[in-house]
Structures are given as C-alpha cells and as structure tokens.
Design a protein around this ligand. Structure first.
Ligand code: HDE
Length: 663
C-alpha cells in the first residue's frame, strides 16, 4: 500500500508537550544528567533523591515473563455480531447487532522466552478480551484446534518436556529436541496436535492469516435456560498462509520481530486484520452422536459434520501505545465469562480455570491485576473485595460485607432474569475416581483424518517437519519410539520419516485404516487477497523515474506493499526511488520479486535474491531484459509462477497464488 520510504514514527503520539519533568512525588526536577557530588570530581551524595528514585525504579522494571506464551504481541480492535443470537445465548454482545464491543487481542508463541524469534515452529496463542457491557469475556485460544493433552494435571509435564532442556537451556523457541519427542512417544494423546504442529500450521506467515480456535467445548445458554455445546472459531478474512521451513529459519535471524512488525505495520497503514467469528453448535441431545467424545480437547468436530456458522466480525484497528503497559500486563483467563456462556466438563478446561488467576498473582504482583487499565471492564465494578497489594481504588463507606443493613444491602446480587450470572444447572452423578474416560482413548483416527485432508505439498511439508524435529533428537531410542507412534497413524509418513532420520520402520503396519477426509482442513481452502501482498522491485542499472512511477501507481492502486531495492539510478530525484539496499532487504521479507533491468549484466545480488524467492515458491516476475540474463541461474524461467513482463499490471495474474508448489 505504501512505498516503504515512509516515516514509521509518524503515528506515534507526542506526549507531555511543554510539561516539566517531576519526581514520582511531583517535585520539579532541575538536573537529570549529573548526580549530586561534592565538587566536580568528588564523591556522590546519597541525598540526591531524584537519582535514587530513578535508579530504584529502573532496577525493578522487569516482571516475570509468562511461563508459557511469553513471546507475544497485541492490538486493540472491535467486534460486532451480524445477527441476534438469542436462540442460543443470552450474552449481550452476541444478541445486539447494533453494538460494537471493544476487544484486545494478544498473539503469542508457546515455547520461547520473551525475546525469542517470531517465526519458530510452534503453536500460536490467539487470546481475545471482549470488553462487553456485562463484563469481560476472554476467549483464550490457539491457532490449532486441538491440544497435546486431555487432562490439565499433565500440563506441567508437557511444558517441562517442550521448554529448553534443563541441563543446558537448549533449544530456544522450538520443539526439535529429545524431551519433547520423548513426551510425544510416551503420551500418545499428543499425536493429533503434533501432526498439526509439524504441518504448515506450525509456521504461520503472520498473525493476520491464522485461524483461531477456542479448542475446548463451551456451553451457550439462552434466556430460557436451554444450553448448547459450542466450539468457537476465528476465520481470517485475509486468508490463511504459512512460511516454508527454510524461510522461517532464515527469518529467525534476519528479522526476529517478523510477525509483530507485520501486525503493527498493517494496522498503521489501515490494512486492518479481520476475523469472522464462527460457531459450531451441538444440541445436548446430540452429545453422544459422534465417533469421538465432544468433551475431548484432542478432537475437532469435523466441519463437514458440524458446519461452522459465521456470526460476527472482529477488526483490529489500533496499535497499543505502550507494549508493557498494555500487552505485557494483559491478564487473560478462560474463566472470564459472561451470562449466556458457560463451561463444559472438559477436564483440560476445568484445570485451566485454576491456573490463570494463580499465575497472574505472581506475574502481576497480587490479586488486584484486574484494576490495571488493560484488564478493567468497561462496566462498573462493585463488590466487597478490599485491600491487597497495589489497590488502585479508594473505597468509600463503612460496610464491606454482605448482607448488611447499614448500607441497604448494597452492592446487591442480581437474579439471572435481570442479568446476574447463574451457573448452568447440569445434573451430574458418579463416583469420585482418577481415571480417563474410555471415550477419550482413540488417539490416532483424527490424526489420520488430518493427514488425509492435506494436499500433496502440505503432506510433504509435514513429512519434512517431522523429519527435521525428530532428526534433531540425539537419542536413537527417542527417534525410534517417535517413528513407532507415526506408524500407528500413517504408514507412508512413518516410512518416509524413518528413512530421513535413520531408524527402522516397524515391521507391522499399524496405521489407521481410513480414507476419511474433512474438506475444511487444508489451508488451500482460503483465497489469498491481493491487498497487503509485498513485492521487492529490484533495480538493476538505470531505470527511468517514469517507469518507477508507473509501477508505484499500479502497486498503490492495488494496495500492495512494495520497496524499490538496489542502487539509486541516475537522474532520479532524491525523494523518489530506492527505499532499500541489498544490505537491508532480503527475499524472506517479501512475498514476491519483480526485476527491472537496463542492458547491463545482472548484479550477483539480484540473481541471489531471485533464486531464493524462486526456491521458496513465491511469484517471480522479470522484465524481458532481465529474463534473457537469467539463463545460467538456478531458475527455470518457464516454470510455474515465473512471469516475464515489462507491465506492472502482471501482478494481478502473478499474485493470485501465494506459492507455486509445482515448481
Ligand atoms: Fe494456557 N496458560 N494453559 N492454554 N494459554 C497460560 O497464563 C494453562 C492451554 C493459552 O496472551 C498461562 O497468563 C494450563 C490451552 C494462551 O496472555 C498459564 C493449561 C490453550 C495463553 C496457562 C493450558 C491455552 C496461555 C501463562 C492446561 C488453548 C497466553 C501466562 C490445562 C485453548 C495468553 C498466563 C496471553 C497462557 C496455563 C492449556 C492458550 C500458565 C494449566 C488448551 C493463548 O496460566
């Protein structure tokens, strides 16, 4: 949409204009560069209270990072429901199409620490805070619809296995190591999610183009008290895209902030990321109609069996003003729900309900974290909770208990009919036991369903993903055990991975005997819209200002991001022309390449740039002059996705596909 020659800081707000600097106690400061000393070269004096305060505050600037999902980035936005959903729920924000509900979303990786690269292979967190008029609803989901475990008691085990190994704190930001694959092989319920994570879903291209899933089964409850089982989905209107693994690895060095920059810049440019909210609904009487348990978080509800109903749209349209104050201090919780939404008995969900408040208390320093601006509901908070660390309110009055006569029993409780939250009355009977339900024990059918549903390139990438990760393990036993697990899902996958990592494929073929597919699982079901696509225009030699302007015009009209890369051609005004050099630009930072050349030979940097773009299956466009000189390169100019043209309009044809896998 914009030539990259723009001042990115232009949108950052000016602050404190014309105001004096003060201490935290409000005293105006006359000196902020030299501490108080005895004479110019003498000892410093502790009585310099401004110095002491400034250093003390700095010493405590960091808070503990999240134990998981430490690396993340967020933005503000809004949500609107398309139609009144009171058939299913009484939730105010889902029954008033005229209302706009503010939201805050934080995307994250799971494994890496706060400073780890964005493009690692991992599940992505997709947590949304809805500031509804009835209180906060947090949809704390992921970009993969299933999870590695079925019971929350195993979460510390999973996370200890996937995090850097304790003896050497390696690797950072990834699961390609022994303890994770040992966990995988010993805990077969992780198979389905692992297959998703090893597929293209594990290396999304950006946050704008991921799906979001609530993962667990929740309940919707309508005004009459009828309940429905529900799964929540976010479908990106910008389509769904992934990186290729080589590209993701290069980006981990070239630009570790690749995803956060993309989100920030898209919002700054007004190319707002959007998702539609989808619901899958199962009626209570259908609970046992499926060949999977609807409470099992390692299972999807295949969309071909339970269609997703699109019910609303979320748009992210405002960057945060301060990442620490807002994104870092945001406290999400799957237990933050509003009337009309309730929980199911999914044991993973039930365990999460304990963990999130508990973790915020140590991360954010006490139980008043709800009072931090980003966590505050938009409606008024009134109750008898008092005191504790970092209390921000000054409570008035004599009473802080219920019931009371001194204050007319206020704040009072509200019946369900008038908007008070009442838990759904589910009848439950049984013995107290510690045992997983038999209905949770099919670990492999849906892993097979997923593999069956992929296109051939997607399947091949999944083989590569497993081969890389298992191949990185040092223990031959772990590699063998992992391949043995794959053999229980898909024989071809097991054979190909075994060959790649150098272990035996088990003699007996134990794969799931099923050709079942779900048409919604491939990523290729999504169209990739032209706007937002980025193109590197490589300038080889002297290209006229007129030509560059014609390109700039077409790109802008089609809402494409572009950069002119190379050396500034002669006779071009300084404020126009080159925006990146071969030192600053890199093929992995763009979606495609366009080469403009005069009669001179191609620069080696141009050739390298085009070769890597070609290797990553992205569109390559060269003008006629450049095409004649690419003969001896690694590029087949007749291959699919390679276009020879001098016309800027060729982009419309070239960019209909993000990747040309058949090259
Ligand atoms: Fe989380 N998870 N989780 N999780 N999770 C956290 O909470 C936990 C699970 C998810 O951007 C922590 O505030 C347990 C599933 C996201 O701030 C912690 C279990 C799903 C985020 C925690 C799970 C998620 C978290 C760490 C097993 C997808 C980041 C810091 C029962 C549906 C939210 C924090 C943000 C964060 C616990 C499993 C998603 C430790 C015990 C399943 C997106 O409380």
């Amino acid at each position: 949409m914009e030539n990259k020659k723009t001042d990115q800081l232009k949108h950052v707000e000016k602050h404190n204009e014309g105001k004096a600097m003060t201490t935290n106690n409000g005293v105006k400061i006359s000196e902020d560069e030299n501490t108080l000393t005895v004479g110019e070269r003498g000892p410093s004096l502790l009585e310099d209270f401004h110095f002491r305060e400034k250093i003390m505050h700095f010493d405590h600037e960091r808070i503990p990072e999240r134990i998981v999902h430490a690396r993340g980035f967020g933005a503000h936005g809004e949500f609107k429901v398309y139609k009144d959903l009171s058939e299913y729920t009484s939730a105010d924000f889902l029954t008033h199409p005229e209302k706009t509900t503010p939201v805050f979303v934080r995307f994250s990786t799971v494994q890496g620490s706060k400073g780890s690269p964005d493009t690692v292979r991992d599940v992505r967190g997709f947590a949304t805070k809805f500031y509804t008029d009835e209180g906060i609803f947090d949809l704390v989901g992921n970009d993969i619809p299933v999870f590695f475990i079925q019971d929350a008691i195993k979460f510390p085990d999973l996370i200890h296995a996937v995090k850097p190994e304790p003896h050497n704190e390696v690797p950072q930001g990834g699961s390609a190591h022994d303890t994770f694959w040992d966990f995988f092989a010993q805990n077969p319920e992780s198979t389905h999610t692992a297959v998703w994570a090893m597929s293209d879903r594990g290396i999304p291209k950006n946050f704008r183009q991921i799906e979001g899933f609530g993962v667990h089964t929740f309940r919707l409850v309508n005004r009459e008290g009828q309940s429905y089982f529900v799964k929540f989905h976010w479908k990106p209107t910008h389509g769904l895209e992934s990186l290729v693994w080589d590209e993701a690895q290069i980006l981990s060095g070239k630009d570790i902030d690749f995803h956060r920059k993309d989100l920030y810049e898209s919002i700054e440019k007004g190319d707002y990321p959007e998702w539609e909210l989808g619901l899958q609904i199962i009626k209570p009487e259908q609970e046992f109609d499926f060949d999977f348990d609807i409470l099992d978080p390692t299972k999807i509800w295949p969309e071909d069996q339970v269609p997703v109903e699109i019910v609303g749209k979320m748009t992210l349209n405002r960057n945060v003003s301060n990442v620490f104050d807002e994104t870092e201090q945001a406290a999400f919780h799957p237990g933050h729900i509003v009337p009309g939404i309730d929980f199911s008995n999914d044991p993973l969900l039930q365990g999460r309900l304990f963990s999130y408040t508990d973790t915020q208390i140590s991360r954010l320093g006490g139980p008043n974290f709800n009072q931090i601006p980003i966590n505050r509901p938009v409606n008024e908070v009134t109750n008898n909770q008092r005191d504790a660390m970092h209390q921000m309110n000054v409570h008035v009055g004599q009473t802080a208990y219920h019931k009371n006569a001194l204050n007319n029993n206020d704040p009072h409780t509200t019946p369900r009919e008038e908007g008070g939250y009442e838990h759904y009355q589910e009848k439950v009977e049984g013995r107290k036991i510690q045992k997983r339900s038999e209905s949770f024990k099919d670990y492999y059918s849906q892993a097979k369903l997923y593999l069956n549903s992929l296109t051939q390139p997607e399947y091949d990438h999944t083989v590569d993903g497993f081969s890389f990760e298992i191949g990185k393990c040092k223990s031959v036993m772990v590699k063998q055990n992992a391949v043995n697990q794959l053999n229980k899902v898909d024989r071809t996958l097991a054979e190909r991975v075994a060959a790649n990592v150098g272990v035996e494929v088990p003699e007996e073929n134990e794969e799931v005997q099923s050709d079942a597919k779900d048409s919604k699982l491939t990523m290729e079901k999504f169209d990739i819209p032209l706007p937002g696509h980025s193109v590197a225009v490589l300038i080889n030699g002297d290209i006229s200002e007129e030509t560059l302007k014609a390109f700039a015009k077409t790109f802008t009209e089609n809402k494409l991001n572009y950069a002119f890369v190379g050396k500034q051609p002669k006779n071009i005004s300084e404020e126009f022309g080159i925006t990146e050099t071969f030192d600053t630009a890199h093929p992995t930072l763009f979606d495609s390449v366009f080469v403009l050349s005069d009669d001179s030979d191609l620069l080696p940097e141009v050739e390298e740039f085009v070769e890597l773009t070609y290797k990553h299956h992205k569109p390559v466009i060269v003008d006629r002059s450049a095409s004649e000189k690419l003969g001896h390169s690694k590029i087949n100019i007749h291959a699919s996705g390679v276009f020879i043209s001098n016309e800027p309009e060729v982009i419309v044809e070239a960019f209909v596909r993000a990747r040309y896998w058949d090259r």
